[in-house]
Design a protein around this ligand. Structure first.
Ligand SMILES: Nc1nc2c(ncn2[C@@H]2O[C@H](COP(=O)(O)OP(=O)(O)O)[C@@H](O)[C@H]2O)c(=O)[nH]1
Ligand SMILES: [Mg+2]
Length: 298
């Protein structure tokens, strides 16, 4: 299993030198040092607004106060992630239903499977729904995962109506008394209106069958996609109101600062992070572990 500290090594190495300068000689922090820190944070994909806020705080804040630059920055980073509390499946309602959306290749199908595995580990009975009916491979991929996880899967034929598949999956979950339903969707570009409308239809089918909105709607964002992903996510947010985000592929990315941008620019909490390709490589997002692994303060 990949750990936070390993997964964030690339980002940590990138920002490490700049942070070390600030942390080791706080009395010698001058404009040049702060500018270097700003550049490195930006290159790790933290948004300009946040970088400016943090470095301004450093500029003014710790001088004269009995607090180190390190603990001050740590405090700031944690505060900007305070909405991110690790997700737990609540005892009700049943079936607890999550709609998983995003553009192509971000890791939606893998994430749905990883979530099913987690649910199972916790003694819950998951059901996977494959509504990616554009490609035959879409359903096959989820079937293979369901076999590995050893859980139910409801998949549509190629060309089937995605909304009808979602409805059928909830029907099956209801009749079989399953606890958790994870609805995987086809990847789509946020600019393709017909496909975005289809997503709206899938959501309405869920609302219809459950007689309530999906309990969660999570967008999967690839950590290496950068600021553009935020723009995409906003479009999804308009069509299917998002309740959270999963940042995939944090391992191997040197742009983990993206996480702060998601929370601030999109205004939804990060619920899980993908730290690898394996079934067990999805970790509830825990702000403290994340920040400590980033700063090397673990
Ligand atoms: N390293 C890494 N690879 C991931 C992660 N999540 C997904 N992937 C890989 O990303 C690729 C696309 O994943 P997939 O689930 O098919 O994306 P989808 O098109 O959004 O359904 C696959 O090769 C996955 O193994 C992650 O957290 N870390
Ligand atoms: Mg997929």
């Amino acid at each position: 299993m990949v750990t936070w500290i390993n997964a964030l090594a690339k980002t940590r190495n990138k920002i490490g030198a700049a942070l070390a300068t600030v942390f080791k000689r706080p009395d010698a922090v001058d404009e040049d040092v702060l500018e270097e820190l700003e550049d490195t944070l930006l290159s790790a994909d933290v948004s300009l607004r946040l970088v400016t806020e943090w470095t301004d705080a450093l500029r003014k804040g710790y001088r004269g106060l009995n607090v180190s630059a390190q603990s001050m920055l740590r405090e700031r980073l944690l505060r900007s992630l305070e909405t991110c509390v690790p997700f737990e499946w609540p005892a009700e309602p049943r079936p607890h239903t999550t709609l998983i959306v995003g553009v192509n290749g971000t890791g939606k199908t893998t994430t749905a499977a990883k979530l099913a595995w987690r649910a199972k580990q916790q003694g819950l009975t998951p059901l996977l729904a494959a509504t990616d009916t554009f490609r035959a491979a879409g359903a096959d991929q989820l079937r293979i995962w369901a076999e590995r996880v050893d859980c139910d899967v409801v998949a549509g034929q190629q060309g089937a109506d995605a909304a009808a598949v979602a409805y059928d999956a909830l029907d099956a979950a209801h009749h079989r008394g399953r606890d958790v339903v994870l609805i995987d969707t086809a990847g789509r570009m946020h600019t393709r209106q017909p496909l975005m409308n289809e997503l709206g239809k899938v959501r309405r089918a869920i609302t219809n069958r459950l007689a309530r909105d999906p309990d969660e709607t999570w967008i999967v964002l690839d950590a290496s996609m950068g600021q553009n992903a935020i723009i995409q996510a906003r479009q999804f947010h308009q069509m299917v109101p998002l309740t959270g985000c999963i940042v995939s592929k944090l391992d191997g990315s040197s742009k983990a600062g993206f996480v702060f941008s998601v929370v601030h620019e999109l205004g939804v909490p990060v619920r899980f992070a993908g730290l690898g390709e394996g079934m067990e490589d999805l970790t509830p997002f825990d702000a403290e572990s994340f920040v400590d692994a980033l700063l090397g303060t673990a």
